[in-house]
Design a protein around this ligand. Sequence first.
Ligand code: SF4
Length: 374
Amino acid sequence: MAAAYNHIDKKVKKILKKAENSEEITKDEALELLKVTGNEFFALQNTANNLCFQKKNNVVTFVINRNINFTNICYQGCRFCSFSVPNKEKDAFLLSIEEIHDKTVQAYHSGCTEICIQGGINPDLNFEYYLDILSIVKEVNRNLHIHAFSPQEIFYMAKLHGTSIEETLKELKKAGLDSVPGTAAEILVDKVRKIICPKKISTAQWINIIKTAHNLDIPTTSTIMYGHIEDLIDRVEHLHILREIQKQTSGFTEFVPLPFVNENPILSKLPNFPLRLHYGMGDLKLFCVARLFFNNYIDNIQCSWVKLGPKMAQVSLNYGVNDFSGTLMEENISKSAGADYGEYLSPQEITSIIKTAGKKPAQRDTLYKILKFY
Ligand code: SF4
């Protein structure tokens, strides 16, 4: 062990040593690491950075993609969300299939390899609309990877379609769905979900949809939305659930920590809302702990530059993160919630951010195949 580990707490040192030897760390050990400060914090950073270096050879990847949010009309009433509006609201929108086509053509001509599609749970939609979205994107180019529809949307579609989750996913796959965002996970602890998103699918339903997708060879990402009312034990429980799924299915391509953006959502304005104030050290510790906790299970840890901002996202690249996410071109959800970023970072800006963090930039596809080194 290097000098970074001298004079640190023995318990922490033992956990870091375990991780360095590629041994699985337990939930209690992850919790211990989420609490470190001072020298122990820098030792944690050192271990996460070393593990990331060994796994990824100092390469940080990104994908050239476009987000299409096709509707912001939604009645789920998640209390952290300020993207959704009722359909009578003046800002309410629902894109036509032609508009989705035009956005896809523009994305294709800009070099995108992935179209990421998500929207609100809009009661005016039918299942055919979702199938038409997939068909129109593939009509533009068959090789465009469609990364679309959260588990919450898939749950809604199964209701619209009147069949099981499995049958619904089969239909979507047949129409062109290539992979699914592991969003709507928020925190996979029902007591927290009941407060922040009471109408959303439960933890068990989320797990079932994700596992069903994996069993049908539809890969998904995995996410956590943290930094609101949850405590560190909830965060660890969430990580544990994801690791257990991955042990069974190997279907997760990456893990994306998404910090809660708290400027506009109703949640942060409620007088009795027990918001746990959260700053940069909490982000960095979570990235490091994810690198250690998921080691050999989920080896792609992604930063969300939209939520963190490009500066903090760059810092994260030395804290166990090996993926800078995508160019996006359009991102309405975080922007509505008060994030200052969103919309677009060019490949040139992303590669410059990665290079000046001391890493080697590479463009990847959605499934982490390297397409180009810079
Ligand atoms: S988070 Fe999604 S499901 Fe919840 S209110 Fe917002 S758009 Fe609707």
